[in-house]
Design a protein around this ligand. Structure first.
Ligand SMILES: NC(=O)c1ccc[n+]([C@@H]2O[C@H](COP(=O)([O-])OP(=O)(O)OC[C@H]3O[C@@H](n4cnc5c(N)ncnc54)[C@H](OP(=O)(O)O)[C@@H]3O)[C@@H](O)[C@H]2O)c1
Length: 234
């Protein structure tokens, strides 16, 4: 029997855009591997999706360390599951981050570990489990754009997303022969814990382009940056 059902792993999916993306993709019949760095939050989020009759499995994963990723891969490999889509969503924006020239460098290091090295390490670690054709989606930010004016907010975060965009382009080039697409998304300014309540977009709107890239976008689309399902400049 032919089925379009995909298996989709989403990092940092216990809340915010990641959870909403899991909910939308799960409701349309896909199998979700929901990951979170805290077991209580993981279990709560998995229960919420199960209550919606979604086919979901939980996986504990802290993306900020290679050890956290390795132990998640070890658990995942026991499930004997292959992935069609990996969505690197987990991210942090440290409110203490005011300046690149003046802040303690620890802020930059922590931000890069989660927002840049995290997605790269997760992609590398899960690559052997990704089907061909397959898809990798990086949840980036307009803050990482090298063509928009500098916004003057969270510079370490913006640098981490520029780094993530560069990773996206290089991985897309490297993985194209394997028929694995790699694209980045700016979800816009979204009302989540990170975006705050004054943000202009609902979480449903924030999840729209990641959901589209995971399911409807043409497989040949790779190495691009999207907002509202449209390509935007790096
Ligand atoms: N909201 C916006 O306006 C906006 C705009 C542009 C881009 N984005 C991007 O969208 C993505 C999702 O953001 P959001 O707005 O949904 O933020 P959020 O509500 O703060 O959710 C962030 C998620 O990432 C998880 N996370 C953070 N560090 C992690 C780690 N080391 N390991 C595993 N999970 C980790 C969080 O887990 P905990 O619950 O354990 O903290 C949470 O599940 C991020 O990459 C963000 O940069 C957001």
């Amino acid at each position: 029997m032919h089925t379009d059902k995909k298996t989709i792993l989403i990092t940092g999916a216990n809340k915010g855009i990641g959870f909403e993306t899991a909910l939308q993709l799960g409701k349309s019949g896909n199998r979700i591997i929901l990951t979170s760095r805290h077991s209580d939050r993981l279990n709560d989020a998995v229960d919420k999706l199960k209550n919606e009759d979604i086919d979901v499995k939980g996986l504990l994963m802290d993306v900020s360390s290679q050890t956290g990723i390795d132990s998640a891969v070890k658990e995942f490999s026991k499930l004997n599951i292959r992935l069609d889509v990996l969505i690197n969503n987990a991210g942090i924006g440290l409110k203490s981050n005011k300046s690149l020239s003046d802040d303690n460098e620890d802020i930059l290091i922590e931000t890069l570990a989660t927002n840049s090295f995290g997605p790269l390490r997760v992609a590398k670690a899960f690559l052997p489990f990704i089907n061909r054709p397959g898809r990798i989606i990086m949840i980036s930010s307009g803050g990482g754009s090298m063509s928009d004016p500098i916004g003057g907010w969270w510079p370490a975060y913006c640098v981490s997303k520029s780094f993530l965009n560069a990773i996206t382009r290089h991985l897309a080039f490297e993985l194209e022969p394997m028929n694995i697409s790699v694209n980045a998304v700016c979800p816009g300014w979204v009302r989540t814990e990170m975006g705050g309540q004054n943000a202009s977009r609902s979480v449903e709107k924030g999840a729209e382009t990641p959901v589209w890239l995971a399911t409807e976008a043409d497989q040949s689309v790779t190495g691009m940056f999207f907002r509202d399902k449209k390509q935007i400049p790096w």
